[in-house]
Design a protein around this ligand. Structure first.
Ligand SMILES: *Cc1c(COP(=O)(O)O)cnc(C)c1O
Length: 213
């Protein structure tokens, strides 16, 4: 995986040190995560609160940064904060108020919906700046940047260009909010070319996911 990321960075004229590789371990057992840690991976992504919470508790002896990458319910927000260092799926104002805290800080990505389907996660592009502003104003939230999943019916490179422009807009609010969470198993080279800093890679690292029970 590291070689493939280096190749994509070289083609894009980027430095691999800018890239954080998150292993998305959803549906996989904790043993697999232990193996990944022993191979030197320390950033893990999960998309379901209950599963993520159980894994984080079971692996509390390991040095792992947990990234929550799934749809988040308002009433679960506070609980996700207890183990996750970064939440990639902040996509509406009610989550911002539910996540706000005077006690600790959590990293946040504003998730953008790059499709025309309102059922997909993420705020519409025109809602990105107001939502980013509310994250910047909320106590205990550190706005890292923008996140998206490429649409199924469009060239990922085109969709990620829109994400890059939205990232530029967010940076005008706060230059530190410069990160881009994009790129999965089948589209990470395009994401790197569009400036991604946080790759969320599942199957290319773990092999196929076990079917959900
Ligand atoms: C599952 C998942 C990934 C990883 O997908 P792969 O195609 O297996 O690399 C990345 N991001 C999110 C939000 C996911 O749910």
């Amino acid at each position: 995986m590291a070689d493939r990321i280096h190749d994509a960075c070289r083609s894009a004229g980027r430095d691999p040190v800018e890239i954080t590789l998150i292993a998305v371990t959803k549906f996989h057992p904790v043993e697999l995560i232990r193996d990944l840690v022993s191979l030197g991976l320390h950033d893990m992504g999960e998309n379901r609160h209950q599963e993520a919470r159980e894994k984080a508790a079971e692996l509390a002896d390991l040095d792992i940064t947990w990234h929550f990458v799934g749809q988040l319910q308002r009433k679960k927000a506070k609980q996700v904060r207890e183990y996750a260092s970064v939440i990639h799926s902040v996509d509406r104002a009610e989550l911002v108020s539910a996540l706000a805290s005077d006690e600790s800080t959590v990293g946040c990505f504003v998730q953008v919906n790059l499709t025309d389907d309102p059922e997909r996660g993420g705020v519409r592009p025109e809602g990105v700046l107001p939502l980013a502003e509310s994250v910047l104003e909320a106590p205990g939230l550190d706005l890292l940047g923008v996140m998206a999943v490429a649409p199924l019916d469009e060239e990922p490179a085109r969709a990620f260009e829109r994400l890059r422009r939205l990232s530029d807009d967010v940076r005008t609010l706060d230059p530190r909010a410069s990160k881009i969470s994009a790129g999965m198993t089948h589209d990470f080279p395009e994401a790197i070319a569009a400036g991604a800093t946080h790759l969320r890679i599942g199957t290319a690292i773990t092999g196929n996911r076990p079917t959900r029970d």
